[in-house]
Every structure is written in structure tokens, then in C-alpha cells.
Ligand binder design. Structure first.
Ligand code: NAD
Ligand code: MG
Length: 398
């Protein structure tokens, strides 16, 4: 029987790649529900092609979507709105698989709803896990959800670990002979920029990643290395491993997507052309494998693979993220909130590139950390941290 898929954030880069895979496997997967925040014309074209039963949009986009669907004779598609609509589709009994591909904190409650409904959850929305950490993992265990990593590095680590690793109790110590996780980073578009050069980079330059085509927020995160910081936190939670067992390795070619080192001296790597369709297909079909359009890796074309240490002076965001993970509690949520606000301000040309990490550091220093025992507390702290970051940005502007 075909599996019914809900794609949260269908108009985004990950959402689009997910549609590409589903399109290739119409007997195995069908699109049941989709959501988008903007680009409603594009959304209606997706509706025309994939015929979902439910679509979720912000309420101020409702009439626009209704009008477009009517033009296409698609009035039978149900439209839901806002966060309540996202939560409803993510936990709908008719849905088997939820692709969590909304960017940022906006994806937290819908992703958590999917987990609590015991779905197979394909996690692209790393910010949701960074914010909620243990709570998300506990909910997955309690409700027997299968939380599968879509982030290429985490998907690679997952592929390099023993099959049953996700289901083992570990209390932070690596088990099964694992010594270290090597989280690879491309280094982003500014890998070799000096601090003086970094000071002057523009949003357009930051969004032009050398190897991956991604949404604007994650592109800026890749340029500051905050993306690797968020991924470090994501890895600690997904594989219940302490941060000192996760080493970041800059690998500019993005051919090795991450590695796992074992106590016997083995290092396992997952390799492939940098295309998110591979990890998406892996998470969709796991433990089986399905075809994608991604061409097989031609090692003769990629005969040189380089590795280097990350530079924490030019890219302090990575250091801040590691410190936040060490502090624990609400610190990762504070880091994430400040980063989202700072990246938006950079994209709006209100602050400069190097200010991003500075805003995050300021916010971490001005918001009290404590234990993250409930989602309500996490959301309250997220809001509070956003206000502190926004105030600081206003000071930087004046
Ligand atoms: P994107 O900006 O291309 O797409 C984001 C999607 O979320 C869009 O469909 C948008 O309409 C929706 N959205 C945005 N704001 C929203 C809001 N407030 N409420 C509801 N929906 C909203 O982003 P992307 O590159 O596809 O990334 C999505 C997520 O996947 C991010 O968390 C990112 O870190 C993660 N991720 C992306 C890649 C990649 O290659 N693009 C790789 C790994 C992980
Ligand atoms: Mg990644």
C-alpha cells in the first residue's frame, strides 16, 4: 500500500527535493498534505500536480489560495490555516510520514505534533530539535515515533552506525565501539576570507554556497558556520552522544558527508554527490533503498579530498554553539533564537556579517539559562531571547 506523506514547508528547497523523490515513486508514496508560508502561486502549481487532500497556509494567504485553486478546479482540496493547521496535518491519522522542512522555530510545534502522533518523522528542521532537544527525543520514545535524520551529515552518521543504534539507551557515552563522530563542514563560501573581508560580505554573497543550493537562512548559517554549530547540537541529541565526542572537520568538497570512528581504528564514511535527494530518499525508504536521479559518485572527477580544522576566530558561531551545548538547558534555544533574529537582520542589510555571532553572544550573555523542562518554557525563552537580540541589533544600527 502506498504511504501517505505530509510535507511541511513544501515550497522550500527540501520540500521541493522531497516532491522530486515522490514523483519518481508514485506507487510507493502519495502526497496527502502540504504547507507553505509564501509563494502561493507555486503552491497552487504543486497542488495541481500532486493533488494533496489538505493544504496549510497563513490565514492572510487563504483567499489568494482559494482563488488559485478555484481557477484550477481544485476546490475539493481542504485548506487549513496557521500553526493549528500545521499541527493538525502533522498529527492527522491518515498520514504515515511527515517531512519536517519548515525553516526555524516555526517548525517546532508541528514537528513535535508529528512525533507525538507516532509518525515516521523525517527531520530537516534542525532548529526544532536544537530548541527542544531531550523533550523531542523523549516524546519520540514515548509515542514510538521514528525520528530519522535528513540533514546530510546526520543521515551520513546514521548510515555509518550499526542498524539498531537509534533505539539504544546510551546516557551520553558512545556505545557499540564508537569512539568519535566526525561531522564534516564545507566551510561555506567564505572559507578563506580574512576577518577584514568577512566584515564586508553581502547577503547575496553569503547565499551563494559553493556546493549546495539551499534556503536563504541555512545558506547564511553555512557561511557563519552556525549551521555546523546547530548540527553539532543536533548530532548530540539524535545519537545521544556528548559534544566532546563530536569533532568538526572542514572538508570543502562536500563529498564525504560525515564519518564515524570506531575503537578498532576503523573510520566509516558516507560519500555521495552533494544533493539532498540522497538523504531524503534514504530517510523515506529506510531500512530499504530507493532510486533517485542523483548520479553515482565519480571518484575520478573528485580525486582530491581535503580536510582541515575549523577556524574559530573567523567563525566564532561554531564555538558559541559548542559552549551552548556544554551549558545545556535553555542555552541552545537562546542561541537559536538570537541567530534567527540576527540572520534576518543581516539578510535585511541592517547588520553586518560579523555582527551575527556578536548578537548571538550578547543574547547568550543576557538571557538567564535554566533547565528546559517544558515546551512552554522553551517557547517563552525563545521569545525573550528574540527581544534581547532585537534590542541589541537596534543599538548596533544607531
Ligand atoms: P527554505 O527557506 O527553502 O524553505 C522553508 C520552507 O518553510 C518554505 O516552504 C516556507 O514557506 C516555509 N516557512 C518559512 N517560514 C515559515 C513559517 N514562519 N511558518 C510556516 N512555514 C514557514 O528552507 P530549506 O533550505 O528548505 O530548509 C528547511 C529546513 O531544512 C531548515 O531547517 C534547514 O536548516 C534544513 N535543512 C536544509 C537543507 C538544504 O539543503 N536546504 C539541508 C539540511 C537541512
Ligand atoms: Mg547539513
Amino acid at each position: 500500500m502506498s504511504q501517505s506523506v505530509c510535507i511541511l514547508g513544501v515550497t522550500g528547497s527540501i520540500g521541493r527535493s522531497t516532491l522530486k523523490i515522490i514523483e519518481q515513486h508514485p506507487e510507493t508514496y502519495s502526497v496527502f498534505a502540504i504547507s507553505a508560508y509564501s509563494r502561493i502561486q507555486e503552491l497552487s502549481e504543486i497542488c495541481k500536480q500532486f493533488r494533496p487532500k489538505i493544504v496549510v497556509v497563513p490565514s492572510d494567504k487563504l483567499f489568494e489560495l482559494q482563488r488559485l485553486l478555484k481557477q484550477e478546479n481544485l476546490q475539493d482540496i481542504e485548506i487549513l490555516c496557521d500553526e493549528a493547521g500545521l499541527v493538525a496535518v502533522a498529527s492527522c491519522p491518515d498520514v504515515d510520514v511527515v517531512m519536517a522542512a519548515i525553516v526555524g522555530a516555526a517548525g517546532l510545534l508541528p514537528t513535535l505534533a508529528a512525533v507525538k502522533a507516532g509518525k515516521r518523522v523525517l527531520l530537516a528542521n534542525k532548529e526544532a530539535l536544537v530548541m527542544s532537544g531531550d523533550l523531542m527525543l523523549q516524546a519520540a520514545k514515548e509515542h514510538q515515533a521514528l525520528l530519522l535524520p535528513v540533514d546530510s551529515e546526520h543521515n551520513a552518521i546514521f548510515q555509518c552506525l550499526p542498524q539498531n543504534y537509534l533505539h539504544i539507551e546510551k546516557n551520553g557515552e558512545p556505545l557499540l565501539g564508537v569512539q568519535q563522530v566526525l561531522l564534516t563542514a564545507s566551510g561555506g563560501p567564505f572559507l578563506n576570507h580574512s576577518l577584514e573581508q568577512l566584515q564586508k560580505v553581502t547577503p547575496a554573497q553569503a547565499c551563494k554556497h559553493p556546493n549546495w543550493s539551499m534556503g536563504r537562512k541555512i545558506s547564511v548559517d553555512s557561511a557563519t558556520l552556525m549551521n555546523k554549530g546547530l548540527e553539532l547540537i543536533e548530532a548530540c541529541h539524535l545519537f545521544s552522544i556528548k559534544e566532546q565526542f563530536v569533532t568538526v572537520v572542514v572538508h570543502p568538497q562536500s563529498i564525504i558527508h560525515s564519518m564515524v570512528q570506531y575503537v578498532d581504528g576503523s573510520t566509516l564514511a558516507q560519500m555521495g554527490n552533494p544533493d539532498m535527494c540522497t538523504p531524503i530518499a534514504h530517510a523515506l525508504a529506510w531500512p530499504t533503498r530507493i532510486t533517485t536521479h542523483v548520479p553515482p559518485l565519480d571518484l575520478f572527477l573528485h580525486s582530491q579530498l581535503d580536510f582541515q580544522q575549523p577556524d574559530l576566530v573567523r567563525f566564532p558561531a561554531l564555538k558559541l554553539a559548542r559552549q551552548a551545548m556544554q551549558s545545556g538547558g535553555l542555552a541552545p534555544a537562546i542561541l537559536n533564537a538570537a541567530n534567527e533574529v540576527a540572520v534576518a537582520a543581516f539578510l535585511a542589510e541592517k547588520i553586518q556579517f560579523l555582527d551575527i555571532a556578536q548578537v548571538v553572544e550578547h543574547t547568550l550573555n543576557h538571557v538567564q539559562n535554566s533547565s528546559a523542562e517544558s515546551i512552554e518554557k522553551i517557547l517563552y525563552t525563545d521569545e525573550f531571547a528574540r527581544n534581547i537580540a532585537t534590542e541589541h541589533i537596534a543599538q548596533l544600527e544607531s
